[in-house]
Design a protein around this ligand. Structure first.
Ligand code: 0A1
Ligand code: ZN
Length: 849
């Protein structure tokens, strides 16, 4: 498996391919172990290229024959591909290869999942299907013929001829190979239609395994809503006669935007009230939108090379977040996104895996589908929009689509449309793409004679390979509140461009309370001395919902840090302030549920580490438990009232309103269960008619130590449903005491339903262990040991998922010497595996540092 010598690839070395492709024709003769792929490709010299080296990528292929213009040739087979002498004019390359989909457990290229053929080609999977210039800047129209007995045979584009044992597809839109897809199997469809803005009729299908038909309706509605939204908001119309989505059980990631044939991890498209939580529904809606939006931002305009990945991913995440905000609640979406950003991206940016939004080198591109490229990439676009304004953003996007449709573009192209639309110089802004690390913005303020001055200082700590950072453009949205709670200066955006900068507000009757970084206008860490009184004031009065939530979060965090550091008791200021928020029926229940949440163990560990302390995972867990218990006791009456008041008596619907009510009622149930020992949770469990209620109740029962009967009942009820059983695996590990988490994980890996071949099940089990922070970082080292054992076993089967899961170790240097030694031993044990994949080798080497 290990490649001879893993090579580092650099952005600066980019060269265009020596040839262009006029047309690709592929024939697939399907067979589980011996599929034949016959390619016919018309190449032409690329006038833009300096070199004419005819190298085609190819991995794990058995070459049967190759021809140029009909005459058999003997190419030189090399590591990772082949070379061949070719004419200096247009010519036709033909080849036949044999591949083995059944043996493909890495789930890249053509593989089998539950007897069905499917593909995953991003980023470099097409080279496992046939010899080809597998790079995103080589684009071509594809024609595909699939031969096989399967009832359903799908590929990209529009359907062509079909008959007994074959089906043909034509994709008129030139595309890179990473957007190729093929699916064949005995599938059933949930059909619908969509009329585009210009009146074209599009056939829509969601294809699933027989038995899953009842879980498609929500996804289909989300698809139609996405298609309409992209027309209304971005003026983007769908461009084929048909749009197919397929659900597959074995998939490394969430979903894939293949042209006209999106392939989804079944967990990201199937949904029903009985089997899916409100959170699952929201995720399905967002991912369907994300993949659909890629049709323009990713497919019609693609990336020149993989260093430009954020060009399509950052923009598409930004667009799907806009969509979710429009469909649901903007503040709730923003707060949830920032919680996730801080948990995943800040952690990445502040550790050994830190890299710029546009990286400059990589060994294995699959390791760069990261929170930095996706989520920080989206934040960068949000900042750009804030800086230029909504109108200029809309104009720039129109120009982007007009100028680059059909291109494989770069970040430079992207920034140039904004420069050309607005006349702004974005060279300083570009540092957001080039410099890794999360900027710190230190804030001080002074007030004298009606003048309030904010003094800001920015700095970014060094990251691997980047010691010195230059000042960035940081949009800081700010408002000022008078001591009586009135807003005296409404939101305005300060544009910070220097390392040190002051902003002056005049004519104020008294010293205002500043609300800084409203809406989280930039992905930075704000450092400001503040006290409980000011935070409680902002929590009560801030008109900006994000900062209102943030004030409560800061109160909670500081109280918890004091509990962890010096054994202080729960902070009354926090408990009083948060109770007042929870009590306020004028506030959105979903917002209140978020406000009742506490910082995660990871968050607290990071805060301690940043402040120069060594976090003790067990002490963090203890402090959180103590605070939750105190909160439950103090708020028992309110919790009982909220629980009753926010029961939904209409039929279940996964909309924002109902899910907000359920979120608040279930937060109340959490508090009640800490006092009544799980009695109410058992009642909710017994009466639940939807998964949100059932799972919330099960979680409370497990926490109360009363889950044994419900765990068995849950398994018996759902053993036929793999996605629900994933939840069953996860929840038991997530809710285990830190002392037991590794053992519970090990017991569950012996369960007959545990399998390493299914990434969802593996993540549901070992991934859950890594999310039980105090359990994973247990002082015995058993958490590290169990994860390392399983990653070593998984690597030969599925390198991509193994490498991604190694990130659980990325924070290892924060901890004490004992833990560091044990983590290092686990990492070294992984690295010592003789056949370790390129993916995992790169990841562990970077983490080890
Ligand atoms: N482009 C897809 C995600 C994706 C990325 C990589 C994959 O294999 C390495 C698979 C899927 C998206 O953004 O949704
Ligand atoms: Zn994407």
């Amino acid at each position: 498996m290990k490649d001879a010598a893993p090579q580092t690839i650099y952005l600066k070395d980019y060269q265009p391919f020596g040839f262009e492709i006029d047309k690709v024709h592929l024939t697939f003769r399907l067979n589980p172990e011996k599929t034949r792929v016959i390619s016919r490709i018309v190449f032409r010299p690329n006038p833009e290229a300096e070199e004419r080296d005819f190298f085609l990528h190819g991995e794990e292929l058995d070459l049967i024959w190759a021809k140029i213009d009909g005459a058999e040739v003997t190419p030189i087979l090399e590591d990772g591909g082949l070379r061949c002498a070719v004419p200096e004019r247009a010519f036709t390359w033909e080849a036949e290869v044999e591949i083995n989909p059944e043996a493909n457990t890495a789930l890249e290229g053509l593989y089998m999942s539950n007897g069905m053929y499917c593909t995953q080609c991003e980023a470099e999977g097409f080279r496992k299907i046939t010899y080809y210039p597998d790079r995103p800047d080589v684009m071509a129209p594809f024609e595909v013929r699939i031969e096989g007995d399967e009832k359903v045979k799908l590929s990209n584009g529009n359907p062509g001829a079909s008959g007994d044992g074959f089906a043909e597809w034509h994709d008129p839109w030139p595309k890179p190979a990473y957007l190729f897809a093929l699916v064949a199997g005995d599938l059933v469809n949930h059909p619908d239609r969509f009329e585009t803005m210009s009146g074209r009729d599009v056939e829509l299908n969601i294809w699933v395994r027989p038995g899953d038909e009842g879980k498609c309706a929500f996804g289909m509605e989300a698809l139609k809503a996405s298609m309409r939204w992209d027309e209304d908001v971005y003026g983007r119309e769908y461009d084929l006669d048909i749009f197919n989505i397929v659900a597959v059980d074995d998939f490394n990631m969430g979903a894939m935007e293949n042209k006209g044939l999106n392939i989804f991890n079944s967990s990201c498209v199937l949904a029903s009230p009985e089997t899916s939580t409100d959170g699952n529904f929201e995720r399905v809606e967002a991912i369907i939108a994300h993949e659909y939006f890629h049709n323009w931002t990713g497919n019609r305009i693609t990336c020149r090379d993989w260093f430009q990945l954020c060009l399509k991913e950052g923009l598409t995440v930004f667009r799907d977040a806009q969509f979710t905000s429009d469909m649901r609640s903007e503040p709730v979406k923003r707060i949830s996104d920032v919680i996730a950003l801080r948990a995943r991206q800040f952690c990445e940016d502040n550790g050994p895996l830190a890299h710029p939004v546009r990286p400059e080198s990589f060994v294995e591109i699959n390791n760069f589908y990261t929170a930095t490229v996706y989520e920080k990439g989206a934040e960068v676009i949000g900042m750009l929009k804030t800086l230029v304004g909504d109108e200029a953003y809309a104009k720039a996007l129109d120009l982007y689509f007009e100028r680059h449709d059909g291109d494989a573009a770069t970040i430079e192209d992207w920034l140039r449309v904004f420069e050309d639309t607005t006349g702004r110089d974005l060279s300083q802004f570009k540092r957001w793409y080039e410099q890794a690390g999360t900027p710190r913005v230190k804030v001080r303020d002074t007030y004298k004679d009606g003048t309030f001055t904010l003094h800001l200082e920015q700095s970014t700590p060094p990251t691997p390979g980047q010691d010195v950072k230059d000042a960035r453009v940081i949009p800081i949205a700010i408002g000022l509140l008078a001591p009586n709670g009135n807003e005296v200066v409404p939101t305005q955006v300060l544009e910070m461009t220097q390392a040190n900068q002051s902003f002056v507000f005049e004519g104020l009757a008294s010293r205002p309370v500043p609300s800084i970084l409203r809406g989280f206008s930039a992905p930075v860490i704000l450092e400001r001395e503040s006290d409980n009184a000011e935070r409680a004031f902002l929590l009560a009065h801030d008109t900006d919902p994000f900062n209102k939530w943030e004030a409560g979060r800061a109160l909670a965090r500081d109280g918890l840090l004091a509990m962890i550091r010096n054994g202080a008791g729960p902070d009354d200021a926090y408990l009083d302030a948060i109770e007042a928020v929870a009590r306020d029926d004028n506030l959105d229940p979903a917002f209140r549920a978020l406000a009742l949440g506490l910082p995660s163990q990871e968050d607290l560990a990071q805060s301690l580490y940043e402040a120069g302390d060594t976090p003790d995972p067990q002490a963090i867990w203890d402090a959180l438990e103590t605070l939750k218990q105190a909160q439950a006791q103090k708020m028992q009456d309110l919790a009982t009232r909220l629980y009753a008041q926010y029961q939904v008596d209409e039929p279940y619907a996964p909309n924002a309103e109902q899910s907000g009510a359920r979120a608040l009622a279930n937060a109340a149930l959490g508090m009640i269960s800490r006092v009544d020992g799980g009695a109410l949770a058992q009642k909710q469990y017994d009466n639940a008619d939807n998964m949100t209620q059932q799972l919330a109740a099960l979680s409370c029962l497990l926490k109360a130590g009363k889950g044994a009967a419900a765990v068995t009942a849950f398994y018996d009820q759902w053993k036929h449903d793999r996605l629900v059983i994933d939840k069953w695996f996860s929840l038991q590990i997530l809710q285990a005491d830190p002392d037991d988490a590794a053992e519970v994980t090990q017991i569950l890996t012996n369960h007959p339903d545990f399998t390493m071949k299914n990434p969802n099940r593996f993540r549901a089990t070992l991934g859950a262990l890594t999310m039980n922070t105090a359990g994973f970082h247990h002082v015995s080292g058993v958490g590290y040991g169990v994860l390392a054992d399983w990653l070593i076993k998984l690597d030969p089967i599925n390198p991509q998922t193994t490498a991604r899961m190694c990130t659980a170790f990325e924070t290892w240097k924060r901890y004490d010497e004992t833990r560091q030694e044990m983590a290092a031993r686990a990492l070294d044990r992984i690295l010592a595996q003789p056949e370790l994949s390129r993916d995992t080798t790169e990841m562990v080497t970077r983490i080890r540092g």
